[in-house]
Design a protein around this ligand. Structure first.
Ligand code: PLP
Length: 412
């Protein structure tokens, strides 16, 4: 950990890239799909290996020393995650299997505290993970589901917020940052409107976390969800942060071992949060690996990294603008946005484009990006997406721009 912090002190892309085993072993790879999955940092891999080879045991059950070591490592992972989010207490951190599981947890457990006719407000820009669970809740208990529209550049149109919230809005469940357009949500405006109406705010932070630690208290939200595999940690681990008093007022989502106060043949009572929401054996090694990645991120020079990500984003947007017929989706480079850039080349299918790009050593995603309502609102069926993370550099962008030229020649 110490050596890693020293290495990354300068935060330049090549030094950072060397800390990612897969990238270090594939110098020819231009990985531009971190919005789908980021590469895993060496510290996370080391932590998983260390745990599995020195303290593997189940948690919250054993009284032998090995089990106590596993308990300690798992609860330390919770504390690190709380620091990453600036949460008030580690008890506000629920480990799940991913952002999707975290969002479903809120839709069920918080959803069960709602009544028919209550309103949940989401946006057209949501990933299906923050869309479908609310449709399911609507169909299950009869809530009203309302949608914030997007402007032509993919930013949420918050002008109609009071009208869309109506008088019975209980929750606004919104993406922190779009996985298609990179548009960031104006959280302060959303929180202000929610507070006035007595509604809660859930942020889907899946795309925000790989761009630095978050401060849920400064954001002023009530729930925050993300996945470990998108912030340099292992797969199969996610986080739901919730204000403790809200978690404590919610019924469980899944039932099973570990989440109970007591069980009789007639009824069960619930453990307090976070255990109430962690039925069964949790993803122990994954939580420990995630915490190592988050600890590493906490030590990074984020102002420099953001400056480089922004400049790569501008470089790519300018280069794409120069390609005739190419349609860029999302906000202008001048707007505060995440470095996720989607584009359409009329007449060329994104899958074909991405396959040609692959032959040039580029990894990009093409398709609907689990955001069909957003794509429909923007008037496209599918698009190609380049997403930039802290290990990318100008060579990745140059490689993409020249390979796109080649792709057009090959495909037309
Ligand atoms: N929300 C957003 C904005 C995403 O981009 C994603 C994944 O791409 C998810 C939620 C779901 O994340 P996961 O598949 O890790 O559960």
């Amino acid at each position: 950990m110490g050596a890693s912090t020293l290495l990354t002190g300068c935060g330049d892309a090549n030094t950072l890239r060397a800390e990612f085993p897969l990238l270090a072993a594939a110098p020819e790879l231009h990985y531009l799909d971190s919005a789908a999955t980021s590469q895993i940092h060496r510290s996370a891999l080391d932590a998983v290996l260390h745990h599995e080879t020195t303290s593997r045991a189940n948690v919250a059950r054993g009284t032998y020393r090995l089990a106590e070591a596993a308990d300690l490592a798992f609860e330390n992972a919770r504390r690190t995650t709380a620091r990453f989010l600036n949460a008030t207490s580690a008890d506000e951190i629920v480990f799940t299997s991913g952002a999707t599981a975290s969002l479903n947890l809120v839709a069920h457990a918080f959803g069960n505290t709602l009544q028919a006719g209550d309103r949940v407000l989401i946006s057209v820009a949501e990933h299906h993970s923050n869309f479908v669970p609310w449709q399911m809740l609507r169909d299950r208990i009869g809530i009203e589901l309302a949608l914030i529209p997007v402007r032509a550049d993919g930013q949420l149109d918050l002008a109609r917020l009071p009208e869309l919230m109506g008088s019975r809005c209980r929750l606004l469940a919104l993406t922190h940052c779009s996985n298609v357009t990179g548009a960031r949500t104006d959280v302060a405006a959303v929180v202000a409107a929610a507070r006035q109406a007595g509604a809660r705010v859930l942020l889907d932070g899946a795309q925000a976390v790989q761009h630095g630690p978050q401060d849920v208290r400064a954001l002023g939200v009530d729930f925050y969800a993300f996945s470990g595999h998108k912030c340099f940690g292992p797969g199969g681990i996610g986080v739901l942060w919730g204000r403790h008093e809200l978690l404590a007022a919610m019924p469980p989502f899944l039932g099973g071992g570990g989440m109970i106060g007591g069980v009789t043949p007639a009824l069960s009572t619930w453990a307090p949060p976070p255990q109430r929401f962690e039925a069964g054996t949790p993803p122990i090694a994954q939580a420990i690996g995630l915490a190592a990645a988050l600890e590493w991120m906490l030590g990074l020079p984020w102002p420099q990294i953001h400056a480089r990500e922004d400049s790569l984003c501008r470089q790519l947007i300018e280069g794409l603008r120069a390609i005739s017929d190419l349609r860029l989706l999302g906000p202008d480079a001048a707007v505060s946005r995440a470095p996720i850039i989607s584009f359409e080349m009329p007449g060329l299918h994104p899958h074909d484009i991405c396959q040609v790009l692959d032959t040039h050593g580029l990894a990009l995603r093409g398709g609907h990006h689990c955001a069909q309502p957003l794509l429909a609102a923007l008037g496209v069926e599918s698009c190609s997406r380049a997403s930039i993370a802290l290990y990318n550099d100008a060579a990745d962008i140059e490689a993409l721009l020249s390979a796109l030229d080649a792709a057009r020649r090959e495909l037309t």
